[in-house]
Design a protein around this ligand. Structure first.
Ligand SMILES: [Zn+2]
Length: 65
């Protein structure tokens, strides 16, 4: 005999929630790009971005020295 089927409530994905989620992902990708952008020896902005993002760079494992 089969167990009775259970219904599971799944929250609806509203357009507002979807836009907030997509914006968040976009901002995270932009931040990851900025952290990895300036590579020290080939720096386009002096060492400002490199020094500004230095800890995040090491946290993500991006080589910089
Ligand atoms: Zn470093």
């Amino acid at each position: 005999m089969a167990a009775p089927a259970r219904s599971v409530a799944v929250p609806a994905l509203s357009p507002k929630l979807l836009s907030v989620a997509l914006l968040s992902v976009g901002l995270m990708l932009l931040l990851a790009y900025l952290v990895g952008f300036d590579q020290g020896a080939v720096s386009q902005s002096g060492m400002f971005l490199h020094e500004l993002m230095h800890d995040g760079r090491h946290l993500l494992g991006v080589p910089c020295h």
